[in-house]
Design a protein around this ligand. Structure first.
Ligand code: AMP
Ligand code: ZN
Length: 154
């Protein structure tokens, strides 16, 4: 039986880049993933790793599309370090949802080269808590994750 068509949204800029219908500085491509330079780089060498299949959010992303994205990001982190870009460290960053800062609603993973003094930081840091303080969120997460993750969409 032929494979189901890959999800595609003609209004989505990352889908269009994946099909070669919109320009991008592509640095990597395989059967599942494309990676290209961020148009507004936070640091030189800032790359986006994008599943070719359209998924607006992590909840919509099939695991078989998410896994290649993370694998490619791992390899691209090494490539950025070797590329000559100033890169003493790497952040992988993924914004899922408006509240998390997502602007393009096609899942993507930022590979962000870092160096000391580059001025990038998460604006807020948590305060240390004793286990009794995070009991509520801990119980909810345990219930949802221990054998009760959302079914795989394969
Ligand atoms: P976010 O959704 O917050 O993770 O960020 C979306 C990222 O996509 C931003 O860093 C943008 O600079 C980047 N971006 C948006 N449009 C393009 C494009 N056409 N080519 C490359 N990067 C883009
Ligand atoms: Zn898309």
């Amino acid at each position: 039986m032929p494979d189901a068509p890959r999800p595609y949204d003609p209004a989505c800029i990352f889908c269009r880049i994946g099909r070669g219908e919109a320009p991008a500085s592509i640095v990597y491509r395989d059967a599942d993933v494309i990676a290209f330079m961020d148009i507004r780089p936070v640091n030189p060498g800032h790359v986006l790793v994008v599943p070719i299949a359209h998924a607006g959010s992590l909840a919509d992303l099939a695991e078989h599309d998410g896994q290649p994205m993370f694998s490619a990001a791992q390899r691209l982190a090494g490539a950025v370090r070797r590329s000559g870009a100033r890169c003493d460290g790497v952040n992988l960053y993924l914004a899922d949802g408006v509240a998390a800062g997502q602007e393009v609603f096609h899942v993507h993973l930022h590979v962000l080269p870092r160096f000391a003094g580059d001025g990038i930081r998460l604006a807020a840091f948590g305060r240390q808590q004793s286990p009794s303080h995070h009991a509520a969120s801990w119980m909810g997460l345990r219930t949802q994750s221990a054998g009760r993750l959302a079914p795989r969409r394969i």
